[in-house]
Every structure is written in C-alpha cells, then in structure tokens.
Design a protein around this ligand. Structure first.
Ligand SMILES: *Cc1c(COP(=O)(O)O)cnc(C)c1O
Length: 364
C-alpha cells in the first residue's frame, strides 16, 4: 500500500523532538497564545524576511481574516481562480462579497494573468492568486494589474510554504500571504493551524485583533472578530518541522524529478515548472485523457491517487445557486477532467516511485 501522504514516516524521523516539544507545552500549561505561538510567528516572519506573522486557527481563517483586514465587505468583488480548494472562494462568500473567476493556464494550473483585466469592475477590491500544488502563480503581471487599479493582492499559499517566484518567497509579494498547517500540507501540524504574513503594519494589527474577538486589550473589544487563534501545541510541533522545511521541499523536488525520469510521457502530460519559479510539489499532478484508466490500474496495485479538483468552483452547487455563473472556463474544465495527483511526500522512496511509474506506463 502506497498512500498519497505517509505522515507516520515523518513523525518517526522527528519523534524525539516532537514528543519533547508537546510534553513541554503540557508542563508549561500556557495553552492559548503561549510562548510557542509567539516564537513560531517570529520564526516564520524571519524565514520570509517580513516584519509580521500572525498565527490563526486554520488556512481558511487566514484568508478570511486577511480579506477582512483588507476591508473586503458586502457587495465587493474578488477575483480568483476556479481551480482550487473551496476555501479560497468560500471566505469571499462568507463576507457577502462575490468571487469572480478567471480561467487558468493549464501548464501551471494557476490563474491566467492575461484574463484578469477584462474581469475588473469598479467593485473589484482584491485578487486572490493561489499557488496551487506548490507552483507559484505568475505574480508580476498580477501585481502590475493590482497597482493600476489600486486593489489588494492576497496570496493563498496553503500549498506552497517555501515556494519561490523569481527569488521571492510565496506570500511575500502581495499585500498578505496566507498559509494552512493542515496535517497533509507541505508544512503541516498535527491538527488545524494557519498563519498570515504581511509587511503592512495596519493589516497585521487588524488581524491580531480579529483573531482574538476584535480585541487588543483584554475585555475591550473594538471590532467584531472571531475566535481564531493558532493552538499552542500545534505551534510547538510546527516549530520543530519549520527547521526542516527547506530539506522537505528539496526532497519533494527530487521525488518529482524521479517521477519525471521514470514516467513515459506518451499519453500523459508531466507537471511543468515555469522559468524562474521554484515549485515545492505539495502535489505531483499529471494530466491524461486516460486518467480514469490510470487511476483504476493504481487502485488495483494498492497505490493511492487523487483528483484535485473534480468540480471547478464555478460549477459547484453552492456557487451556482448563489451567483448563477453562466461563464465557461474551458481550461479549468479540461484540467478537472484530466488531472491525477500521485503519492507525494518527502519520505517517498525511489523504489516506490519506480513501481508507481511502471504501473502508469503500463496502463497508459
Ligand atoms: C488547504 C487549503 C486551504 C484551507 O486551509 P485549512 O487549513 O484547511 O482551512 C485554502 N486554500 C487552499 C488552496 C488549500 O489547499
């Protein structure tokens, strides 16, 4: 059996350090906004060379609080990709704003910057590019459009901790970067967790208040906020893992290269990396018109595979009921039909990759 992600292997490698970190929190008993949250915030800020990092309860809240801090409200429009996890656009709908979808570039699976400007209206207040599967979105043209129309850019980095776009880390280019520490993400805890990073002092101040019931002085509440704090035990675990993140990402890139060398690209399209980008391969995603045949062949050999994402957001029941999208997104719809993600994690072995590739080469 080869799973999509084997979290046990990483735990066993780091067991001593992680167990000690968890026990230390139990002994200190500062469970809410304790020293590990503060230290992780400092370490994540330093990693990104930004002044502010604020821990929150999960990646969805990171996006929600970032939108609130950027002033997104009822009636506003927010441009994003339809080829992503629901959370990216769900938070827009939660604020009674409208997600406006822009089709993707099928080679990177990310929002196509050439199609953004035609969707801008006087109500457009922000763009949320998603660095899907760990490949950075094409940020330079996005930042140029945002500057021209004076709109905010909120990067969804949930799958891209440590990815680089032209030597800049994902999350440091736009106004705000949002991370998820969901266990299977490329930097994952052992429960829910998230973080927001920014160079903007006012946005940082707002997010700190929003995550803690709209309060900066205890029992004094100035705005309507949330209970959305990063858990202290998760922060302690994440501090151990953060030390290894570059090494984990490197192992993912090596595994991706091994897949590319072993797979026969006759009937499949291998993932590509745009020039100047550093992919972190949160997912290794191939495309094929024989996708379902390949998936079945893998299942027969007890090898996991997954479709991220089978239903694009403009076709999701929730959004079609809310906004009645009549637009076609041909590139996104094609990718939804053809994508297949293969097992990917730093500890995946060369033998496992060869076995998976043999099954796919034989089936396609
Ligand atoms: C996982 C994910 C989120 C949400 O993160 P959670 O921590 O699960 O709330 C948002 N956007 C993308 C692209 C994701 O993959």
């Amino acid at each position: 059996m080869i799973p999509m992600v084997d979290l046990k292997r990483q735990y066993h490698t780091l067991k001593k350090e992680i167990d000690a970190a968890v026990i230390d929190v139990l002994e200190q008993t500062q469970f809410i906004l304790g020293p590990n949250v503060t230290l992780l915030e400092e370490e994540v800020a330093t990693y990104h060379r930004l002044p502010y990092a604020i821990g929150v309860a999960n990646g969805t809240d990171a996006l929600l609080l970032a939108l609130r801090a950027c002033g997104i409200k009822s009636g506003d429009e927010v441009i994003t990709t339809p080829f992503t996890f629901i959370a990216t656009a769900e938070v827009v709908a939660q604020l009674a704003a409208t997600p406006v979808f822009v089709d993707i570039c099928p080679n990177t699976f990310n929002i196509d910057p050439n199609r953004i400007e035609e969707k801008i209206t006087p109500r457009t207040k922000a763009i949320i590019p998603v660095h899907l599967f760990g490949h950075p979105a094409d940020m330079q043209p996005i930042m140029e459009i945002a500057a021209k129309y004076n709109i905010k850019v909120i990067e969804d980095c949930a799958q891209a901790f440590g990815a680089k776009y032209k030597d800049q880390l994902a999350g440091t280019i736009g106004d705000v970067g949002c991370f998820s520490f969901f266990p299977s993400k490329n930097l994952g805890g052992y429960g829910d967790g998230g973080m927001v990073i920014t160079k903007n002092e006012e946005i940082a101040r707002q997010i700190k208040m929003l995550r803690n019931h709209g309060s900066s002085v205890r029992y004094h509440h100035s705005i309507v906020g949330y209970n959305s704090r990063l858990d202290e035990i998760q922060a302690a675990i994440l501090r151990v893992k953060l030390k290894h993140i570059d090494q984990f990402n490197l192992a993912r890139r090596k595994n991706a290269a091994a897949y590319c060398a072993a797979l026969n690209p006759k009937d499949i399209i291998l993932p590509s990396v745009a020039e100047g980008s550093e992919h972190v391969f949160h997912q290794f995603t191939i495309r094929s018109s024989k996708r379902d045949v390949i998936a079945n062949a893998l299942t027969e050999k007890n090898i996991a595979s997954a479709i991220y994402y089978p239903v694009p957001l403009h076709q999701q029941e929730v959004f079609s009921k809310l906004y009645n999208y009549s637009i076609a997104m041909p590139q996104t719809e094609m990718c939804a039909r053809e994508v297949l993600s293969l097992p990917m994690f730093p500890e995946l072995t060369g033998d496992e990759i060869q076995l998976i590739a043999d099954v796919i080469n034989h089936a396609s």
